[in-house]
Design a protein around this ligand. Structure first.
Ligand SMILES: Cc1ncc(C[n+]2csc(CCOP(=O)(O)OP(=O)(O)O)c2C)c(N)n1
Ligand SMILES: [Mg+2]
Length: 461
C-alpha cells in the first residue's frame, strides 16, 4: 500500500527525467553486473594457483611443484619452504608437467575412491546430527580430508598395517568397514567387538590390519615403528603407516618415533595430515617451523610435502613412499596439506580459534574458500573430464549413502547394550582382588536399582 501511495508523487519526477539517461543508467548497472560475473567465471576457470605460486594452506605456505621428488637427508639441501607436490589444479585439471605422475587408476578403482569419499561425507553428516540429537555421545568428522585418507589407503596393500589417529574413517571404509559396524561402535552396542568400552570412533580390526584408534595422541607412531620392524625382520613385504595431525606432531612421541624408525630402518610411512588446526590451536600457535615436512630430513627420512586435497597426488606419492620403504628398507614422511572443514569434534568450538577471513579476496570465509576446493569436487571434475562421472551419479550415490547411514543409525539405536560384565574383561587374565570387589559392588548396585538398568544384561556379572 505504501508504495502505491508514493507512486503519484514519484511519477512526475520520472516523467521529467530524460528518457535516455534512465535507460543508460539501467544498462550500465547490467553491464557492471555482467562484467563482475564474467570476471568471476574467468577466475573459476583459472587454476587459482598455477604451479610455482604459493599454496594457501593454513599449516604452511610454499610453492606448488609438479616434481614428485622426495627430499633425501644428507643428499638434498632442504629449502626454506618445502614445495608442495600436486597433479591436479583446483579445477581438477592435470597441471602441465605432472602428466607422468598421474597414477594408473582403472575406472573401477577411481570410482571406488570417489564412492568411498562420498560415503565418509554422508556418514559424517548423519552422525554429527545424531550427536547433536543426543543419540551418540561424541563424533568427529573428516570433512575436507577425504582425499588424504582415501587416497593414501587406496595406494597401500590390504595387508599393510594401519595405525590411525582418529580422523581416518576413509581408511576404514576403504578397508571394508561397513556403516553398520561403525554405527554399532558409535552407539556402544552389544555388537561392538570392544563391547562399548572405547570412545566413539575408536575402532580397529585385526582382520583388516588396522590397529585400534587410541585417545592418547601420537602413541600410534612408536607402535608403528615396531610393527614395521617386525615386517622387515620376518621378511614380509609389508609396511606400516602411522597417521597423525600437525598438532599431534608436537607430542614427544612423534620425534621419538621418527628417530627410532630412521635408525632401525623401519619400513613405514609417517603420514601427517596437516589440516591447519588442532583443538583450540591454530597452526601458527603450534609451531614456528615450515610445517612438519622439514622434520623428516632432520631425522633422516626421505620426505615429501603434497597437496592432500588432490587425490591423484596422494595416491602417487603414497605409492612411491611405499616403494622407498620396501626397496630401501627405511621410513618416509609425507606431509599432506589439507583443511579441516569441521570443528575438531563435537566437544569443540572452533569459532574461538579458526581464522574467519579467506586467504584471498572474493570469498566469504576461510571455510568457504576451502569448501570450494574440496577433494571431492576436484576429483569429481577430473573424473568428469574423463567421462567417468556426472552429477546424476553423485546424487544417486550420495542419496544411497545417506539412506544407508540413517538405516545403520536406526538399527544400532535398537540394538542391545553390551553385557555389563565386560567392564571387567579383557584386561587381566585373572581379575585381581580390587577388580573382584568392584564387580561385586556393581552386581549389588544393579540388584538394588533394577528399574534403572533394564537395558543392561547382568549375565556373567
Ligand atoms: C597425549 C594427548 N594429549 C592431548 C590430547 C587432547 N587432544 C585430543 S585431539 C587434540 C588435537 C590434535 O590435533 P591434530 O593432531 O592437529 O589433529 P586433528 O584433530 O586436526 O585431526 C588434542 C590436543 C590427547 N588426546 N592426548
Ligand atoms: Mg590438525
Amino acid at each position: 500500500m505504501r508504495s502505491l501511495r508514493s507512486l503519484p508523487r514519484r511519477l512526475p519526477q520520472l516523467a521529467r527525467a530524460p528518457r535516455r539517461s534512465l535507460c543508460t543508467a539501467r544498462l550500465s548497472d547490467l553491464e557492471l553486473e555482467n562484467a563482475r560475473l564474467r570476471e568471476e567465471i574467468a577466475r573459476l576457470r583459472q587454476p587459482t594457483r598455477p604451479t610455482g605460486e604459493s599454496t594457501l594452506f593454513v599449516g604452511a605456505k610454499s610453492s606448488y611443484t609438479t616434481s614428485m621428488d622426495f627430499w633425501y637427508p644428507h643428499v638434498d639441501n632442504v629449502p626454506a619452504a618445502m614445495p608442495c607436490f600436486r597433479i591436479m589444479d583446483d579445477l581438477g585439471r592435470v597441471v602441465p608437467g605432472a602428466e607422468a605422475h598421474v597414477p594408473a587408476l582403472s575406472r573401477e578403482h577411481a570410482l571406488a575412491c570417489m564412492h568411498t569419499m562420498l560415503r565418509v561425507n554422508e556418514f559424517d553428516k548423519i552422525f554429527l546430527d545424531a550427536q547433536r540429537q543426543g543419540r551418540i555421545s561424541f563424533y568427529l568428522t573428516g570433512r575436507g580430508e577425504e582425499g588424504a585418507t582415501v587416497g593414501s589407503a587406496a595406494a597401500l596393500q590390504p595387508d599393510d598395517w594401519v595405525l590411525p589417529q582418529y580422523r581416518e574413517l576413509g581408511v576404514f571404509f576403504w578397508r571394508g568397514f561397513t556403516f553398520q559396524e561403525v554405527a554399532n561402535q558409535l552407539c556402544a552396542t552389544a555388537h561392538d567387538p570392544a563391547h562399548g568400552r572405547q570412545l566413539p570412533l575408536h575402532i580397529g580390526s585385526k582382520e583388516r590390519c588396522i590397529l585400534y584408534v587410541k585417545s592418547t595422541l601420537a602413541t600410534q607412531a612408536p607402535h608403528a615403528t615396531g610393527v614395521a620392524l617386525h615386517m622387515k625382520r620376518t621378511r614380509q613385504p609389508r609396511i606400516s603407516i602411522a597417521y597423525f595431525g600437525e598438532g599431534t606432531a608436537s607430542h614427544g612421541d612423534i620425534p621419538s618415533a621418527l628417530n627410532i624408525a630412521a635408525v632401525h630402518g623401519s619400513p613405514m610411512i609417517f603420514f601427517c595430515r596437516n589440516n591447519g588446526y588442532a583443538i583450540s590451536t591454530n597452526a601458527k600457535d603450534q609451531y614456528r617451523s615450515d610445517g612438519i615436512a622439514p622434520r623428516g630430513p632432520a631425522f633422516g627420512l626421505p620426505t615429501i610435502r603434497i597437496d592432500g586435497n588432490d587425490l591423484l597426488a596422494v595416491v602417487a606419492a603414497t605409492k612411491k613412499a611405499r616403494d622407498i620403504c620396501l626397496n630401501e628398507g627405511r621410513p618416509c614422511l609425507i606431509e599432506a596439506m589439507t583443511y579441516r572443514i569441521g570443528a575438531h569434534s563435537t566437544s569443540d568450538d572452533d569459532t574461538k580459534y579458526r581464522t574467519r577471513d579467506a586467504p584471498i579476496e572474493g570469498w566469504d570465509s576461510e571455510r568457504a574458500f576451502w569448501e570450494a576446493r574440496s577433494p571431492i569436487i576436484r576429483f569429481g571434475r577430473y573424473l568428469a573430464s574423463r567421462g567417468w562421472w556426472n552429477t546424476q551419479m553423485e546424487d544417486y550415490l550420495r542419496t544411497q549413502a545417506r539412506r544407508d547411514a540413517i538405516a545403520s543409525l536406526n538399527v544400532a539405536s535398537q540394538a542391545p547394550r553390551p553385557a555389563a560384565v565386560h567392564m571387567f574383561t579383557d584386561v587381566y587374565d585373572k581379575l585381581d582382588w580390587n577388580g573382584e570387589q568392584q564387580r561385586a559392588a556393581l552386581r549389588e548396585h544393579f540388584e538394588r536399582y533394577p528399574e534403572h538398568y533394564s537395558e543392561w544384561s547382568r549375565e556373567g556379572l
